[in-house]
Write a protein that binds this ligand. Structure first.
Ligand SMILES: CC(=O)SCCNC(=O)CCNC(=O)[C@H](O)C(C)(C)COP(=O)(O)OP(=O)(O)OC[C@H]1O[C@@H](n2cnc3c(N)ncnc32)[C@H](O)[C@@H]1OP(=O)(O)O
Ligand SMILES: O=C(O)CCC(=O)C(=O)O
Ligand SMILES: [Zn+2]
Length: 489
C-alpha cells in the first residue's frame, strides 16, 4: 500500500499495489558512480549555492539561471487563501474550530500570510476573523474586501495585519457586476487605501479579471495606487484564461511601472495555475496566492502543494529551508476532510502513489539511483518510495531487490526464472506482495533442497501447488472462538 494514500475511500484498491518499501533494505550496491560523486540521489551536500546552481544547470540545461534578474523564484511569499478563496469552493463549510485548525496547520507549514474571508460576509465570518487574529500565529493575517469604505471600516477593526482590496476592472465586471467606471474605481480605491493605511496596517489593491481588462486602464490605476503608498498590487486571473506567456508579459510590464510588491492570483480553469504562478515569479511577482489542494470558486486556484512541488523541482533550496515540507500531507488531509473530498490520485507530492514506481525499466534505474525517475525526494516530504513488483510489467532487477530484502540468496539466472513465473501469474491477475514473497520463498527452498532447478516449470508449479495446499490446510485448522471475547471496560 502506498504509505501516503489518503483514507479508505480510494477508487482503486491500494492493496493491489505490491511494493518494495525502499526506506529499509533498498539496494545501495548498484549506485551509479556519477550519482555517488554528486551525493546520494544526485543531491549534493555541503556545497556552495553557486556550485549547486551550476550542478542544476549541468543536470538540466533549462534550470533557472542566476542571470534572470527579474526572477523571484528563490525569494517570494505565499498568501495562503484556503480560508478565503477556499471557502468559496462549493463543498466548503468551515466552522470556527475547523478554521482555527486549518490556520494553525498552515502556520506550522510556514506560509507567510493567511487570507481570511471578508468580515462583511457574515457576523460569524467577522468573529472568526477576530478569533484567528488573536491566535498569535507567525503568519500575517489578511482579510479580503470589496473596494468599499463600508467593508474597509469593518475590516480594520478585526485585528488583521493587512487588508486585501479588490475590484473588477474588466468591461464584463464593470458592466455586469458593480457597474462602476474607471474614474469611480480609482477614486474609491484611493479613499479605501488611504483609510486602511491610516490605521497602520498593510493594504493591497487588486484588479479583478485583470487579463480581460484594458492594459492602459490597468497600468494607470496600479501606478496611481503605487504612488499613494499601497504595499502591494494584485493581478488576478479570475476566470483562469491566461497562459504563461501572457502572465509573463503582464507581470513584467507591471514590474516596470510600480515600485511596490506584486501579488498574483491565478484560477485553474484550464489547468495552468501552477505554471502561471511559476512564470509570474520569473517575471518579478513577489507574492503568490494559493489554497490547499487548490480549492476555490469552480476548480479553484494555484494549489499550495503543486506550487511547492514546482519550486522544489526548480531547486529544492527554494522551499526546503523556508517551509516545513513534512507538514504538507497533514494540512492537505485536514482540508480534504473538512471539505469532504479525497486528495486527488494525481496530486503532486501526496497523490496516491506519487512515489510508487512500476515498470521494470523504471524500477531498475530507481533502485540504482532514485533521481533517474524522481524529481522530488519523498523523504523531504516525510514520505516513502515504493517499487511495485507483482505485475506483468515487472523485471528481474526489481524482483532481485525484493529477494535480497527477504534475505534469499538466488543467482541472477534463478531470479530471472522466478520473474518469468511472476509474469505468467500476473498475466492472469495482479499478484499481492504476499503472493510474490511466497513464490520467492518456495523458489528459494526448492533450489536449496534440490527439488528445483532453473527452467523446471513443472517442478515449480508442483512446489507452488503444494505450498498452497499446505497453506489452505493451515488456515482451515486455525480454530476461531465461537463468539468474540468480551473486552474489559
Ligand atoms: C472574484 C472573487 O472571488 S472576489 C471575492 C468574493 N468574495 C465574496 O463575495 C465574499 C462573500 N460575499 C458576501 O458575503 C456578499 O456578497 C457581500 C456581503 C460581500 C455583499 O452582499 P450583498 O450586499 O448582499 O450584495 P451581493 O452579493 O448581492 O452583490 C455584490 C454587491 O457588491 C458590489 N460589488 C461587487 N464587487 C465589488 C467590488 N469589488 N468592490 C465594490 N463593490 C463590489 C456589487 O455591485 C453589488 O452591489 P449592489 O448591492 O449595489 O448590487
Ligand atoms: O483579490 C484578488 O486579487 C483576487 C480575487 C479573486 O478571488 C479573483 O479575482 O479570482
Ligand atoms: Zn479567486
Amino acid at each position: 500500500m502506498c504509505p501516503h494514500h489518503n483514507g479508505d475511500s480510494l477508487p482503486n484498491d491500494p492493496s493491489q499495489m505490491v511494493g518494495i518499501d525502499m526506506s529499509n533494505g533498498a539496494r545501495t550496491n548498484g549506485t551509479a558512480p556519477a550519482a555517488k560523486a554528486n551525493g546520494v540521489n544526485g543531491h549534493s551536500n555541503g556545497t556552495t549555492a553557486a556550485a549547486k546552481s551550476n550542478d542544476l544547470q549541468r543536470r538540466n540545461p533549462y534550470a533557472p539561471r542566476a542571470s534572470d534578474f527579474l526572477s523571484n523564484v528563490s525569494n517570494f511569499k505565499i498568501i495562503e487563501s484556503t480560508l478565503r478563496e477556499g471557502e468559496q469552493f462549493a463543498n466548503a463549510f468551515f466552522d470556527t474550530k475547523t478554521k482555527i485548525a486549518i490556520a494553525k496547520a498552515l502556520d506550522a507549514f510556514g506560509v507567510d500570510y493567511i487570507e481570511l474571508t471578508s468580515p462583511a460576509a457574515s457576523e460569524q465570518s467577522r468573529k472568526d476573523c477576530e478569533a484567528i487574529c488573536k491566535l498569535g500565529l507567525k503568519a500575517k493575517i489578511l482579510t479580503h474586501i470589496r473596494c468599499h469604505m463600508d467593508d474597509a471600516r469593518i475590516a480594520v477593526e478585526t485585528g488583521v495585519d493587512g487588508v486585501d482590496v479588490v475590484i473588477g476592472t474588466s468591461s464584463f465586471l464593470r458592466e455586469f457586476s458593480h457597474g462602476k467606471d474607471m474614474t469611480y474605481i480609482t477614486k474609491t480605491a484611493i479613499e479605501v487605501i488611504e483609510f486602511v493605511k491610516s490605521k497602520g496596517i498593510e493594504v493591497r489593491f487588486s484588479s479583478e479579471d485583470s487579463f480581460r481588462s484594458d492594459l492602459v486602464d490597468l497600468l494607470s490605476i496600479y501606478q496611481t495606487v503605487d504612488k499613494i503608498g499601497v504595499n502591494r498590487v494584485g493581478i488576478a486571473d479570475t476566470v483562469g484564461c491566461a497562459n504563461p506567456r501572457q502572465v509573463y508579459d503582464l507581470v513584467r510590464t507591471l514590474r516596470g511601472v510600480v515600485g511596490c510588491d506584486i501579488e498574483i492570483h491565478l484560477h485553474n480553469d484550464t489547468g495552468m495555475a501552477i505554471a502561471n504562478a511559476y512564470t509570474a515569479l520569473e517575471a518579478g511577482a513577489t507574492h503568490i496566492d494559493t489554497s490547499v489542494l487548490g480549492i476555490g470558486e469552480r476548480v479553484g486556484i494555484t494549489p499550495l502543494g503543486g506550487l511547492i512541488a514546482c519550486l522544489y523541482a526548480a531547486n529544492p533550496e527554494y522551499v526546503k529551508s523556508k517551509y516545513n515540507l513534512t507538514q504538507l500531507r497533514e494540512v492537505e488531509n485536514l482540508v480534504a476532510e473538512a471539505v469532504e473530498v479525497n486528495v486527488p490520485f494525481m496530486n503532486p507530492i501526496t497523490g496516491y502513489c506519487a512515489f510508487t514506481h512500476k515498470a521494470g525499466i523504471h524500477a531498475k534505474a530507481i533502485l540504482n539511483n532514485p533521481s533517474t525517475y524522481e524529481i522530488l525526494k519523498p523523504e523531504d516530504f516525510g514520505l516513502t518510495r515504493y517499487v511495485s513488483i507483482g505485475h506483468r510489467l515487472t523485471g528481474w532487477n526489481a524482483v532481485k531487490s525484493r529477494a535480497e530484502q527477504l534475505g534469499l540468496k538466488l543467482t541472477d539466472e534463478e531470479i530471472k526464472d522466478a520473474t518469468a513465473k511472476i509474469k505468467e501469474l500476473a498475466d492472469v491477475r495482479t499478484q499481492s506482495m504476499d503472493d510474490v514473497d511466497s513464490l520467492l520463498r518456495v523458489y528459494h527452498s526448492g533450489i536449496q533442497s534440490g527439488e528445483l532447478a532453473v527452467g523446471q516449470k513443472e517442478a515449480l508449479d508442483r512446489l507452488l501447488r503444494k505450498h498452497r495446499e499446505e497453506q489452505m490446510s493451515r488456515d482451515s485448522s486455525v480454530s476461531r472462538p465461537a463468539s468474540p471475547s468480551p473486552i474489559a471496560a
